[in-house]
Every structure is written in C-alpha cells, then in structure tokens.
Design a protein around this ligand. Structure first.
Ligand code: GDP
Length: 299
C-alpha cells in the first residue's frame, strides 16, 4: 500500500539491520540487543526512546521471555505502536463550522504544499474548504498557494505581499463563516525578522481566530521536515512552547530512511502525528495510522 511504499526506504534500512541482527544470533543475547540499539538510533528514534525500549527488552531477555527474532520483532512493534498511540487523540468535535486549521512551522518544511494537499484531501471527502494565504512575508508563498487552490478547486483569500497577515486572516474568517465552509486552512509565515516577532504574530493570529470563533483554532498543525531528523525536533520545541501546537504533519518521509523520527516526535513533543507527506503531488498526503506505520517500518 501507499504508506508501505513511502516508508520503504526507512523500512529497508531498519528492517535490514534488524534482519542482520537476528540472523547473526540464534538467541536474543546482549550483542544482538546492542546491535538493535544502534539500528534504532540510526533510524532517528532518538537516544531517550531507544534507551527506554532497550531497557524493557533487556529485562524480558533476562527472564528468557524472548525466544527468537520473530518474538523480538513483535515486541518491538508493540512498543513503538504504544508510544505513538499514547499521543493519539480523537479529532475535536467542532461545534460550529468552519473548522479552523492553522499551519505553522519554519520555511521550507512544506507548509504551503501541505495546506494545498489538505484542501484537496477534504474536497475529496465532499467537504467545502477555504484557503487563507497568511504567509505574506515570503514572496512566493501567495502565488504558490494560488496554484494549489486552482489544483484542488478550492477558493482562496489573499492580500498583497507584505500585507498584514492578521487582516487577511480576519477576511478569511469572515468569508469562511459567511460562505458556510466546513474547513478554513490558514498558511502562516515561517520566518519574520525575529523569532520573537514570529511567535508574537502566531499568537496574535490565534487570538483573532478565537475572538471570531470561541473554540477555534481547532487545530494548530506544526509542519516538520522528516529529513531534518533530530535537528527538526529541536526547532519544533520553539513552536510547541509558544504557538499552541495540537498536532504534527511530518513531510518528506519519501526522502529519508529515518522514519523513526515519528516515534521521537510523539514521545519528545507529546503530540500526535496527524498526517504524513510522502511526495510533492496533490495526493501525497496520508492520514497517520500508527499500526500501518509501524508495520511499514518493521515489516
Ligand atoms: P513552506 O516554506 O513551509 O511553505 O514549504 P513549501 O510548501 O514551499 O515546500 C518546500 C519544498 O518541499 C517544495 O519544493 C515542496 O514541493 C517540497 N515538499 C513538501 N512536502 C513534501 C513531501 O512530502 N515530499 C517531498 N519529496 N517534497 C515535499
């Protein structure tokens, strides 16, 4: 299936290594577990999560509860899935449409692309969508979103470049309400003159949204580039601390063998992964499914 294909590079590397580990030793001994530890760290699952998983596996191995490679594989799957599921939350029920989704994150992670893909995703479910081009800082962002709006057959609210993002957001909130849209997707700036400036801007946008629709924004999705691995995680903390992030979109999983970063994100940021980006095309966005993801990761 699509997730399997997309995550196949990760899968090859992680699975191959685990296969090697398992074929090297008939029994699950210390050396085998150490190899596994290295493989997990190499896949960007992170040192903390890896240590936690290995501690549990070593404990079981000591009590001779892991008889062979297959058992080790299924225990590992169970643990990875548990970490991902710990953060799973049912989508919020929206009292009055539109459901407002703010897309945040640094430039180049795929915010604009993901906004466009999401618009198409909701359209395919027969929902009405309005796009808001609130990244008025990056010159090409508005034009780029315009292309996506045409591709997905979704209307877009824009202002000229350099305009006030709060003003365009206000217009979009008004239009989405008046036109009774199911969703309003807001593409925000990933860079301003200063980090503090950017966080203030995002905070202001959240307050405007809230004043307009009391239980909104319903989602603040932080877009992270999977190829930046543990560095991206560092950068993500800044946003989660000040932008009220409710979930993650992990992009460019098609371009990395380090899909383990999804597990690190769930644990370290304590946030659910909502969608994954697996390419540059309009249907290259998949709702996240922990079972399928772990299955893709470990075979
Ligand atoms: P923004 O600055 O955060 O709005 O980022 P963009 O949406 O402009 O995306 C930056 C680049 O990443 C573009 O060339 C996109 O086509 C590309 N991109 C976005 N998502 C994905 C993905 O899931 N896979 C791949 N391979 N490329 C992506």
């Amino acid at each position: 299936d699509r997730m399997k294909q997309a995550v196949s590079r990760t899968r090859e590397s992680l699975e191959d290594r685990i296969e090697t580990v398992l074929s090297m030793t008939r029994t699950v001994d210390d050396a085998a577990l150490e190899e596994l530890e290295m493989s997990l760290i190499a896949s960007d699952i992170g040192v903390n999560v890896t240590t936690e998983i290995l501690d549990a596996l070593r404990e079981r191995a000591k009590r001779q509860q892991i008889r062979d490679g297959e058992e080790l594989r299924s225990l590992l799957k169970e643990q990875l899935k548990a970490i991902l599921d710990e953060q799973a939350r049912p989508p919020r029920t929206v009292a009055n449409p539109p459901e407002v989704i703010l897309m945040v994150g640094v430039n180049g992670t795929g915010k604009t692309t993901t906004s466009g893909k999401m618009a198409a995703h909701f359209r395919a479910q027969n929902k009405s969508v309005l796009l808001c081009a609130a990244d008025t800082f990056r010159a090409a962002a508005i034009e780029q979103l315009e292309v996506w709006s045409q591709r997905s057959g979704v209307e877009m609210i824009r202002s000229k470049q350099g305009g006030d993002p709060s003003a365009v957001l206000f217009d979009a909130l008004q239009a989405a309400t008046a036109r009774k849209k199911d969703y309003l997707i807001v593409d925000t700036a990933g860079r301003l003159h200063t980090k503090a400036g950017l966080m203030d801007e995002l905070d202001k946008m959240r307050r405007i949204t809230q004043r307009f629709i009391p239980d909104a924004p319903h989602e603040v999705l932080l877009v992270l580039d999977a190829t930046t691995g543990q560095n991206g995680l560092q950068q993500a903390r800044l946003f989660t601390e000040s932008a009220g992030v409710t979930g993650i979109v992990l992009t460019k999983l098609d371009g990395t063998a380090k899909g383990g970063i999804a597990v690190a994100i769930a644990r370290e940021l304590k946030l659910p992964v909502r969608y994954i980006g697996v390419g540059e095309k309009i249907d290259d966005l998949l709702p996240f499914d922990s079972e399928a993801f772990v299955e893709s990761l470990l075979g």
